[in-house]
Design a binder for this molecule. Structure first.
Ligand code: GAP
Length: 468
């Protein structure tokens, strides 16, 4: 069982050292809370998105995909309430100019609250006096076209959801969808967070996987004759469904159940659009925090866009011969946060020499096979006597199906350790017997079992190990 990490340093260090994540524009000193994904990070992130897409779009009969624009008209975010309400209360130190979220300060997230004799809040960093809180909008502004004035103002979207709401009619009509149905997308979102941090946990540029699930309101369901069970679910039952399915998805990909929990929001923490919300929380080294949110958005967004755009966004229910705005349930997860969670949950550092040969200090990333960036490493025992040629042939065959690495430098033990550290589930070793028996040794990262497999059977062998 992996020891629990008490800080993120080993993860940040491994991510940088092995090419998962780099500070963005590092040669210029980095960009605050913006990160670039290196070769292994890009592969792993893509695997996470593919798995989510397969589970929540392709394996759900009524969810369709969308890829909407990032640059968003100001009117959209005025209607959605983001321009006026997507703010955090900010205080700034008059001496060191560090900024803090006022609510986080009061919750004790920066340590004990310090005040001077006059009752003014003091900076947790330098003890200077903090300003009064002011509301700080989190959206990044930009201008569309050559003129930088108010009329050309647009925003980088703060959530992918609004592109779904503004396309609700287009998608429903062109795809001839009947309620309940979902529209899903994966894409970038941007927030000028006041206090980002904890590596890729809270960043200013991140990716979201979101579903807006449109369903019949209670009063409509009550009018309908019992049809199939599926179509009788109310928004709150769909809400439970998506909470449970999202939780199960993380567990199916190896996240330990004990490190996950559900937390329902109090009324006073709800976002401006939500009637209810539950977070799937993970036990990060810095404490339990939100990994994914599931919200009951009611018909708030469609109503707002209908009112502001003056376009009819109602759904026509043929069975009832009636028009109405559907209610919405929204599961939303950050890809970067999921990425961090999978890394932390999979990370293990060996604390003492083990009988299986693993040595103190070695690191193993026990990533789920479908999430691991590199699936198989091909290792010729030595760099001569036909072994590199045989290994090279195997490499080229397997590369057509999976991301595989060829490595011939250093001792085999060292090469195993390099692969363990990046979570490669299997290593294939080509040795002298391979010349005679046309077989190789396959080593399993987790069990450390070694199996002799015919070279010609390798592709079939690995097909049975990976979901694709
Ligand atoms: N459309 C709903 C929405 O955006 P949210 O709770 O603000 O709700 C949903 O965000 C998910 O997006 C979060 O659970 C988290 O996984 C991810 N997320 C939000 N802000 C983030 C940030 N600054 N950095 C990384 N991920 C973030």
């Amino acid at each position: 069982m992996a020891p629990t990490l008490d800080n993120l340093d080993p993860i940040v260090s491994l991510a940088k050292r092995r090419g998962f994540v780099f500070p963005s524009a590092e040669i210029y000193g980095g960009t605050g809370a913006i990160w670039d994904y290196g070769p292994l990070g890009a592969e792993m992130k893509r695997n996470i998105k593919d798995l989510w897409w397969r589970r929540f779009i392709h394996a759900e009969p009524s969810i369709v995909a969308l890829d909407s624009a990032i640059i968003t008209r100001r009117e959209v975010l005025q209607a959605s309430g983001h321009e006026s309400g997507f703010t955090d209360p900010l205080v700034e130190c008059k001496d060191c100019h560090n900024r803090f979220r006022h609510d986080h300060l009061l919750e004790g997230q920066y340590g004990d609250i310090q005040k001077n004799k006059g009752g003014q809040l003091l900076c947790p960093n330098c003890g200077g006096v903090l300003t009064e809180p002011r509301q700080f909008n989190l959206m990044f502004k930009t201008f569309v076209g050559p003129v930088d004035d108010e009329s050309a103002l647009a925003y980088l979207r703060p959530e992918t959801a609004q592109g779904i709401f503004t396309n609700f009619k287009n998608v429903a009509d062109t795809q001839r969808l009947k309620l309940p149905f979902g529209i899903a997308q994966i894409g970038k979102a941007f927030r000028n967070e006041v206090t980002p941090g904890n590596f890729v946990f809270r960043t200013r540029e991140f990716e979201q996987c979101e579903i807006e699930w449109f369903c019949e309101p209670e009063n409509i369901l009550a009018k309908k004759a019992p049809a199939s069970k599926e179509h009788q679910r109310s928004a709150s039952e769909w809400y439970d469904y998506f909470i449970q399915e999202s939780l199960a998805w993380f567990v199916s990909l190896g996240v330990k159940k004990d490190n996950l929990r559900l937390r329902e929001h109090d009324k006073n923490e709800l976002a401006h659009y939500a009637k209810g919300a539950t977070d799937i929380e993970y036990l990060y080294p810095f404490g339990w925090s939100e990994l994914q949110g599931v919200a009951l958005r009611g018909s708030f967004d469609l109503q707002q866009h209908q009112d502001h755009s003056k376009k009819d966004l109602t759904y026509f229910d043929e069975a009832l011969n009636e028009r109405y705005l559907p209610e919405v349930v929204e599961p939303s997860v950050g890809v970067d946060r999921a990425f961090l969670t999978f890394l932390i949950d999979a990370y293990e550092e060996i604390h003492e020499d083990e009988p299986n040969g693993r040595k103190k200090g070695e690191k193993v990333l026990r990533l789920h096979k479908d999430i691991a960036p590199v699936k198989v490493a091909i290792l010729p025992l030595i760099k001569k006597d036909q072994l590199p040629e045989i290994a090279g042939d195997i490499y080229r065959v397997l590369l057509k199906r999976w991301l595989v690495q060829y490595d011939e430098s250093g001792s085999v033990g060292r090469r195993y350790r390099r692969q363990d550290e990046i979570g490669t589930p299997y290593c294939v070793t080509v040795d002298f017997d391979s010349i005679e028996d046309q077989s190789v040794t396959v080593r399993d990262r987790d069990t450390l079992k070694q199996e002799r497999i015919k070279i010609n059977d390798l592709e079939e062998y690995f097909s049975s190990k990976f979901s694709r």
